[in-house]
Design a protein around this ligand. Structure first.
Ligand code: S3P
Length: 188
């Protein structure tokens, strides 16, 4: 047996994995790597919305408003969840929408990438493309969203810490959690 491979937990998916959590939690980067490790396709919901609407998320917010964005977001997620098994990174507000959350809970395994405020502020400070963070002081906004959203993110099937350091470690933690679930005789 190749020693390095023996440490990689085997996970057999029958449903998509959906990553949820606040802006800056690492959903896209972690999701892309997780998909590679699981050898399934990766999708980013924001990217898919931008493609479908042919405009940036920030422009969509400005032109049509947040309610229309949430509607489009739900439709895009529904279409993706109808497809073959994959890893999906959602925008931070997607799981907050009751209908989107019900959809994700019914058709996928949800994983909350939990990160603390300092890390979220640090990770979101490098680009100024997120419409919600342009409305005031990013730390204050993220702090408020964290308080509001944590109880809802906690409804995800799995909670995995996203910490400072390589994203690969977060991927390892997700794989471990999925593997433990499978080992306990529960289907993935
Ligand atoms: C949002 C998060 C963003 C994007 C939009 C709204 C939110 O996605 O969907 O700006 O409500 O938290 P990321 O979490 O990928 O930054």
């Amino acid at each position: 047996m190749i020693p390095s491979l023996s440490r990689v937990p085997t996970v057999r998916l029958t449903k998509p994995i959906v990553l949820v959590g606040l802006m800056g939690a690492g959903k896209t980067t972690v999701g892309r790597r997780l998909a590679q490790r699981l050898r399934v396709p990766f999708f980013d919901a924001d990217e898919q919305i931008e493609e479908a609407a042919n405009m940036r998320v920030s422009d969509f917010f400005e032109t049509y408003g947040e309610a229309a964005f949430r509607d489009g977001e739900r439709k895009v997620i529904e279409r993706l969840l109808d497809g073959p098994v994959h890893v999906l990174a959602t925008g931070g507000g997607a799981f907050m929408n009751e209908r989107t959350r019900a959809l994700v809970k019914a058709r996928a395994h949800s994983v909350w990438l939990k990160a603390d405020l300092d890390l979220l502020v640090k990770r979101t400070s490098n680009r100024n493309t997120r419409p919600l963070l342009r409305q005031g002081d990013p730390r204050e906004i993220l702090g408020r969203l964290l308080k509001e959203r944590e109880p809802v993110y906690a409804l995800a099937d799995f909670t995995v810490s996203s910490m400072e350091g390589p994203h690969g470690r977060t991927v390892d933690r997700i794989l471990k959690a999925l593997n433990a679930h499978q080992k306990a005789g529960k289907a993935l």
